[in-house]
Design a protein around this ligand. Structure first.
Ligand code: SAH
Ligand code: SF4
Ligand code: F3S
Length: 447
């Protein structure tokens, strides 16, 4: 992430921030950085150079809280040099004041639902305050909006449209760490989109734990209408959205993609399991058949829409037959990408006390089988692009290979060569003919 400094104060306080977890966290950090800079702080690249060290944490899997404590422990010696620590994000909300007991040198513990109060927390810190908290027990109706967002990329940027989660899937910490579901007004989302377009952004990614649960507090727009409206903002060439929940995936989203060319032809629709029995135990509130019905709507779109998903293997009680259902779903849907995870028991969640846990080795075996099957599917899917000409947005360069790194509307990586003496600029759009394919990327030549 690029460093941002306050203008014109040069003798300001310094901070270091490190971000873990999902895109929501990445974008929260951009807003936190903007807020700190506005408060007179300057970002630095190393813990050693900072007065205030912030960790924006994630708690989704794998003893995440322990990793945060280990990290804090590694750096606690810096406290004696006057440095202060803040723990933000999902582990902060989950562990709350317990963090002060295990790591007494931490000064601020704040979950994402309290970031509006960061300026006050910083004032308290500067006044010598200790054990400063911003913890929310699924109470707040507020969303975290700031005009000072320090976006790290000048061409494509995130906009949060909905925060929190009310779904309570049996395995998941998010409803306990991010507060209840609350949407921004479509007026404020569109104002931010226009401002980004004016600043030269051409790609916007709408964010939320469940973007399609979006409910405009002003009742002006549905999610599909908001999506279409963002896609119609002058200057915006690509709009993405993540994550969609299958339960709320309605046909009008596909109709919006059909109607508005700037809406990217990619839908990430996490399924978690291909077995209706396991989906029931997970409290996902849809069956395999209902999920496949939504997939059929997406496949009936005018443009081919790329599909990706998240899957969990080894949920308590998942039998070999249930797992077979998950593997067979891969073949049925033909995803272009699968994020697969071994089920990881998480504090506070109902699944932690469920019977019939699956051995770690068995989970690893199932995950490997899942990936092996999916790799074959992707090899075939990606090969279908050879010979096509696709528009890519330039993301970077691989000078060792003499390639430009680009991304297609379907969110596929397409690396290409060009006969021009200079590389096309980052953020520009280039038509590229695909000449070669791999299971995870394409190769081509600029036309
Ligand atoms: N809101 C999104 C997912 C957010 S979390 C949705 O409902 O789809 C991202 C992914 O992490 C989930 O889709 C799930 O596959 C995975 N995940 C969440 N909790 C998990 C757990 N306890 N163990 C393993 N994977 C988990
Ligand atoms: Fe977690 Fe389920 Fe909410 Fe997604 S929908 S964030 S998996 S509880
Ligand atoms: Fe992690 Fe919190 Fe995101 S748990 S995945 S940072 S919502």
């Amino acid at each position: 992430m690029a460093s941002v400094s306050a203008q014109p104060e040069s003798s300001s306080r310094t901070f270091y921030i490190e971000t873990f977890g999902c895109q929501m966290n990445a974008h929260d950090s951009e807003k936190v950085i903007g807020t700190l800079v506005q408060q007179g702080y300057t970002q630095v690249e190393e813990e050693e150079a900072a007065e205030l060290i912030l960790y924006n944490t994630c708690s989704i899997r794998d003893k995440a809280e322990q990793k945060v404590f280990n990290r804090l422990n590694d750096y606690k010696k810096l406290y004696k040099q006057g440095k202060r620590f803040a723990v933000l994000g999902c582990v902060a909300q989950q562990e709350g004041e317990k963090i002060f007991e295990r790591a007494p040198y931490v000064s601020i513990v704040s979950g994402s639902a309290s970031y509006n109060r960061l300026p006050q927390m910083l004032t308290q810190l500067q006044a010598g305050g200790q054990r400063i908290t911003g913890l929310d027990d699924r109470q707040t109706e507020e969303t975290f909006e700031t005009e000072f967002t320090a976006r790290s990329n000048p061409h494509r940027g995130y906009i949060t449209i909905i925060e929190g989660c009310d779904k309570f899937c049996a395995y998941c910490v998010v409803p306990y760490t991010r507060g209840k579901e609350r949407s921004r007004t479509s007026t404020s989302v569109l104002a931010e989109a226009r401002k980004m377009a004016d600043a030269g952004y051409t790609e916007i990614q709408l964010l939320g734990q469940n973007v399609n649960s979006y409910l405009d507090p002003e009742e002006k727009k549905s999610f599909a209408e908001l999506l279409a409206a963002v896609g119609e903002v002058a200057g915006i060439r690509r709009v993405r959205f993540t994550t969609s929940h299958p339960r709320h995936f309605s046909r009008d989203i596909v109709e919006a993609i059909d109607a508005v060319p700037s809406l990217c032809d990619h839908v990430h629709l996490p399924v978690q399991s291909g077995s209706s029995r396991v989906l029931g135990m997970m409290n996902r509130e849809y069956s395999r058949e209902q999920y496949l019905e939504r997939i059929s709507w997406i496949k009936a779109a005018k443009r081919p829409i790329s599909l990706t998903t998240d899957m969990i293997v080894g949920f308590p009680g998942e039998t070999p037959e249930d797992f077979e259902d998950t593997v067979s779903l891969l073949g049925e849907v033909q995803y272009d990408g699968v994020f697969g995870f071994k089920y990881s028991p998480r504090p506070n969640t109902p699944a932690i006390s469920m019977a019939d846990s699956i051995a770690e080795e068995e989970k690893s075996l199932r995950l490997q089988l899942l990936f092996d099957r999916q790799r074959e599917i992707q090899r075939i899917n990606y090969a279908k692009h050879v010979g096509e000409t696709l528009e890519v947005m330039v993301e970077g360069y691989n000078s060792a290979r003499g390639q430009v790194i680009g991304r297609t509307s379907q969110n596929k990586t397409l690396n290409f060569t060009t006969s021009l003496p200079i590389y096309p600029a980052q953020g520009s759009y280039v038509p590229v003919r695909v000449t070669q394919s791999y299971p995870n990327s394409l190769v081509g030549e600029a036309v």
